[in-house]
Design a binder for this molecule. Structure first.
Ligand code: NAP
Length: 257
C-alpha cells in the first residue's frame, strides 16, 4: 500500500515519523513538500519536492505512482493544495483524509478581532494600534504594504520580499516559541497589536498568551473551510489509525467522526 502525505507541517512530519517507526509490512510512504522553505525539516522516508501541476497533475501523479491513499496534512491556510487534493481524489477514487490541527479558541481575557482575509486584517489595524507584531507569514505581506504610518515587527521562517510595509523590522525565526520569549518580544518592541492566522497548535500559541497577559488586541484571520465531504482528523495518531485500518482491512475504513 502506497500512502502519499501532503506535508509542510509538524503534523505531517510526525505522521511520517510514526509510520516509519512502526513500519507495518507492506506500507510505502511518500511525503510531499511544496518547496517554499529554504531548509525544510525533512520527514523520514521518501520525500518529493515541488508542485504537481494543479489538481490534474496531482491526479496523474497518484495514478503513475500507484497511490492507494492520500493524507492532506498541509497547513490550515494552504487552501489551494487542499482543494486540489479533494478534486484529484474525487477524479481518481483514491481515498483522502484531511489531517488538520484544531483552530484556536479564545479564552477569558482575550481581545480578538476575527477577520476573513489578510486585507480585512490590514483594514482594521489603524484603529487598533501603531506597533504591530505580524506573524502571518512572509507571503502575505503585500496586504499590509500600504500601511505607511504603522511600524511592523515581521516574524517569518525565510526573509520576506517586496511588496512589504515600508516601516518594518524582520525577525527570522521558526517555532516552537515560549510564553517567556513572546512576553519579552512584545515588551522590547513596545508592540500594541498582534496579527496572526488561526493556525492552531501549541508551537505558535504562546504569542496569544503573551498578548492576553498584556491586554493587547489580536487580529485573528480565520482559516479557509476544509473541502466538503472529506473526512478529517485532528492529530497524527488518528491519521495513522486510518492508514492502519486501510492496510489491515484492505478496504475503505469508516469515516472518522
Ligand atoms: P497553497 O497556496 O495551498 O498551494 C499552492 C501550490 O503549491 C499548490 O497548488 C501546489 O502546486 C503547491 N503545493 C502546496 N503544498 C504542496 C505540497 N505539500 N506538496 C506539493 N506541492 C504543494 O499552499 P501554500 O499556502 O503556498 O503553502 C505551501 C506549503 O507550505 C504547504 O505544503 C503548507 O503545508 C506549508 N505551509 C503553509 C503555511 C501557510 O500559512 N499557508 C504555513 C506553514 C506551512 P501545484 O498546483 O503545482 O501542485
Amino acid at each position: 500500500m502506497h500512502v502519499l502525505i501532503l506535508g509542510g507541517t509538524t503534523e505531517a512530519r510526525r505522521l511520517a515519523e510514526s509510520l516509519a517507526a512502526g513500519t507495518p509490512a507492506g506500507l510505502r510512504v511518500t511525503s510531499s513538500l511544496a518547496g517554499r522553505v529554504g531548509a525544510p525539516r525533512l520527514p523520514p522516508g521518501e520525500v518529493r519536492v515541488g508542485g504537481f501541476g494543479g489538481a490534474e497533475g496531482l491526479a496523474r501523479w497518484l495514478g503513475e505512482h500507484a497511490v492507494d491513499a492520500v493524507v492532506d496534512a498541509t497547513h490550515p491556510f494552504a487552501g489551494t493544495i487542499s482543494s486540489n487534493a479533494a478534486a484529484a481524489a474525487a477524479a481518481t477514487g483514491v481515498p483522502l483524509l484531511v489531517l488538520r490541527r484544531p483552530g484556536w479558541v479564545p479564552v477569558a481575557g482575550d481581545v480578538w478581532h476575527e477577520t476573513g482575509t489578510l486585507e480585512e486584517a490590514a483594514g482594521l489595524l489603524p484603529s487598533l494600534g501603531r506597533r504591530v507584531f505580524l506573524t502571518t507569514g512572509r507571503l502575505g505581506l503585500a496586504a499590509f504594504a500600504a500601511l505607511e504610518d504603522l511600524w511592523f515587527l515581521v516574524r517569518s521562517v525565510d526573509a520576506p520580499q517586496a511588496p512589504a510595509p515600508p516601516r518594518m523590522e524582520v525577525l527570522l525565526d521558526r517555532g516552537p516559541f515560549t510564553p517567556e520569549g513572546e512576553r519579552e518580544l512584545l515588551r522590547r518592541h513596545a508592540v500594541d497589536v498582534v496579527v496572526t492566522k488561526d493556525s492552531g497548535g501549541q508551537a505558535t500559541a504562546p504569542k496569544l498568551t503573551a498578548a492576553r497577559e498584556a491586554g493587547l488586541p489580536v487580529v485573528v484571520v480565520r482559516r479557509p473551510p476544509v473541502p466538503p465531504g472529506v473526512p478529517i482528523v485532528p492529530d497524527p495518531a488518528a491519521a495513522a489509525a486510518w492508514i492502519s485500518a486501510r492496510l489491515h482491512r484492505g478496504g475503505t475504513p469508516p469515516d472518522p467522526d
